[in-house]
Design a binder for this molecule. Structure first.
Ligand code: ADP
Length: 490
C-alpha cells in the first residue's frame, strides 16, 4: 500500500460499541468510479443489524449520562476531532477512492468536516440549555417561566454518496453534542466514509457503547427500517426528494421529527448589467466541479436576451477548457460520475433536453479520451425549454442549461418555476437591484454577486420540496433539541 492512491476502507460497522461484520458474513463491493474496478468490500448489514443498533441507541439514551453531561460530550467530541486530524490523509484517500472526487478539491470532503466536529463541540458546550424568561401574566395570575432545551432522543441519520464524510459529520455531530444518541446509515455507494467514522469513534474516543452506531448495508430497506422504527425519535436525511418523501411518510405513524435536505434545481439569474466575464466562468466551473454532484450548484443559467450570445461564448470557453480526468491528478477539477447508473441518468436527461429543442454547444456525451471510468463531458445546453425535464429535474451531472429571458419579471418566474427551492444566485452591477431580485426567489438561500451564504454559523436548507428545517447556525443546533416550558409560581 503506497502513500497515495486507492485505499480500501474498513468493511466493519459499529453497533453497541463493537466493530463488527454482519452475521453470515455477506459483503458488497465498493467500486472505484474512475477505473470501474472493485476497490474493496463493506459488510452488508441487515434489518436485524439495524434493529440491534436502534436498540443500543435507545438503551444508551435512556440509561446513560450522555444526554445530561455536556462536559463529557465536549471531551468526547474533542477527542474525536484530534483523532480525525491524525487520520486526515487516510480519509482523503478513502473519499477519492470511493467518490472519485479530484484530490485537489477534497477540502469540503475532509478538512471542512474535521473542523465541523470542533465547531459543534464548542457550540454545544456554550449553548444555554436553560433560559429564564421572567414573569408572565396569564388569566389574572402571575408565573415565572423557564425554557429548557432537551435532546430529542434517538436520532437516525441517513446520508448520501456525493460528499459522504462531510454529510456523515454534518448530520450526526450537532445531534450528538445536543445530547442525542445516533444511528448512522451511510449510502451504499460510499460505505467507507461511514465505517471510518465508526472505527475512530470506537477506537479513539470515550463515546460510550450505543451512543454512536453505524450500520452499513447495500439494501435501501435497511434505511427504510431505520426511518420506520418506533424507537427512533427523529430522522435527519440528506438525499433525493423521492427518498425524502418516503422517509417523511415512514415517520408519520410515530410523528417523528424530520430534518430533510433534499434536491435542488438552482437558477442563476444574470441581470442585463452584470459583468459577464466575472460571473460566468465561475458559473461554468461550479457546474462541473464535483462532476455536478451537489444539490446546491446552480444548474440553470438565465441570461438576458440582449446579452445571450456573449454569455454563451464565455460559458462555452470555460467548459471546453475544463480540466477533467484522473482524480489523483492534482490539476484535475472534474472526475467521473459516481456510478454507471448516475452516468446513464445524466446522459438520459441531456438526450431528453436535445429532443425538446436544446442545442448542445459543447460536450453532450462520454469523453472519448478515457477507456474506463464513469466520465461525462462538461456539457453546455442552450435554448433550454424551462418546462423540459433537463430544466426541471435535478441532474447531478456536469451540465448547464441556459435559458434566455426578456424581462426581470420573466426571469424571476422561470427561476421559481420548480418544485425545488434550495438556493439561487443573482448577478448584477447594481447590488441593490440584485438583492431585490434575490428577495423574490423562493429559496432557502441565495448568492449575490458571488457572495457566499454557506457556513457553519448560518442556517442552510430548502423551501418547497427541497427540504424541511435548517442545518448550521443556532437554528441548525436547535433542530436536535425539544423545547420544554416550565411554569413556577411568581
Ligand atoms: P440516490 O437515489 O442518489 O442513491 P437516495 O436519496 O435514494 O439517493 O439515497 C440517499 C440515502 O437514502 C442512502 O443512504 C440510501 O441508502 C437511503 N435510502 C434509499 N431509499 C430509502 C428509503 N426508502 N428509506 C430510507 N432510506 C433510504
Amino acid at each position: 500500500e503506497s502513500d497515495s492512491g486507492v485505499l480500501a476502507g474498513d468493511p466493519r460497522m459499529l453497533i453497541d460499541g463493537e466493530l463488527q461484520l454482519t452475521a453470515g458474513g455477506a459483503t458488497f463491493d465498493v467500486i472505484n468510479p474512475a477505473t470501474e474496478e472493485v476497490a474493496g468490500v463493506a459488510t452488508d448489514g441487515t434489518t436485524d443489524d439495524m434493529a440491534r443498533a436502534v436498540d443500543a441507541a435507545r438503551r444508551a439514551f435512556d440509561t446513560t449520562e450522555w444526554s445530561r453531561d455536556v462536559e463529557f460530550r465536549y471531551r468526547c467530541l474533542t477527542q474525536l476531532h484530534s483523532a480525525l486530524q491524525r487520520d486526515q490523509e487516510r480519509l482523503r484517500r478513502i473519499v477519492v477512492t470511493e467518490v472519485g472526487c479530484p484530490v485537489g478539491v477534497t477540502w469540503s470532503h475532509v478538512e471542512s468536516p474535521i473542523e465541523e466536529v470542533e465547531h459543534w463541540a464548542e457550540f454545544g458546550r456554550s449553548f444555554q440549555y436553560l433560559e429564564d424568561t421572567g414573569l408572565h401574566q396569564t388569566m389574572g395570575t402571575s408565573s415565572r417561566r423557564l425554557i429548557h432545551y432537551d435532546p430529542v432522543g434517538v436520532v437516525g441519520a441517513i446520508t448520501p454518496w456525493n460528499v459522504p464524510f462531510y454529510l456523515n459529520v454534518a448530520e450526526t455531530m450537532p445531534a450528538l453534542m445536543a445530547g442525542n444518541t445516533v444511528v448512522l446509515k451511510p449510502a451504499q455507494l460510499t460505505p467507507w466514509a461511514g465505517s471510518e467514522l465508526g472505527r475512530i469513534v470506537a477506537e479513539e474516543t470515550d463515546i460510550p457503547a450505543g451512543v454512536f452506531n453505524v450500520v452499513l448495508s447495500n439494501a435501501n430497506e435497511v434505511g427504510a427500517a431505520l426511518s420506520a422504527d418506533p424507537r427512533v425519535d427523529m430522522i435527519t436525511f440528506t438525499g433525493s426528494t423521492a427518498t425524502g418523501r418516503a422517509i417523511l411518510a415512514a415517520g408519520a405513524s410515530t410523528v417523528k421529527r424530520t430534518l430533510l435536505e433534499l434536491g435542488g434545481k438552482s437558477a442563476h439569474v444574470v441581470l442585463d448589467d452584470a459583468d459577464l466575464t466575472k460571473a460566468l466562468p465561475m458559473a461554468a466551473t461550479m457546474a462541473c466541479i464535483m462532476s455536478g454532484q451537489s444539490c446546491v450548484l446552480p444548474s440553470r443559467i438565465l441570461l438576458p436576451r440582449s446579452r445571450y450570445d456573449e454569455g454563451l461564448a464565455i460559458l462555452q470557453a470555460t467548459m471546453e477548457a475544463f480540466p477533467i480526468g484522473d482524480p489523483w491528478d492534482p490539476a484535475v477539477l472534474q472526475g467521473p460520475q459516481i456510478s454507471a447508473g448516475q452516468r446513464e441518468k445524466v446522459l438520459g436527461l441531456i438526450a431528453d433536453g436535445v429532443a425538446s429543442g436544446a442545442r448542445v454547444l459543447t460536450g453532450g456525451g462520454v469523453p472519448p479520451q478515457f477507456e474506463r471510468g464513469y466520465y461525462v463531458q462538461p456539457t453546455l445546453l442552450a435554448d433550454v425549454d424551462p418546462d423540459s425535464r433537463v430544466a426541471q429535474e435535478e441532474i447531478f451531472g456536469p451540465v448547464l442549461s441556459v435559458i434566455p429571458y426578456e424581462t426581470e419579471d420573466e426571469a424571476v418566474a422561470i427561476a421559481n418555476n420548480s418544485i425545488y427551492g434550495l438556493s439561487g444566485e443573482v448577478s448584477s452591477a447594481d447590488e441593490e437591484r440584485a438583492l431585490a431580485v434575490a428577495m423574490r426567489l423562493r429559496t432557502g438561500s441565495a448568492t449575490i454577486n458571488g457572495g457566499m451564504y454557506f457556513g457553519l454559523t448560518s442556517p442552510f436548507g430548502g423551501t418547497k420540496q427541497s427540504g424541511l428545517g435548517r442545518r448550521n447556525g443556532a437554528h441548525g443546533f436547535q433542530e436536535y433539541l425539544e423545547i420544554k416550558t416550565l411554569g413556577l409560581p411568581a
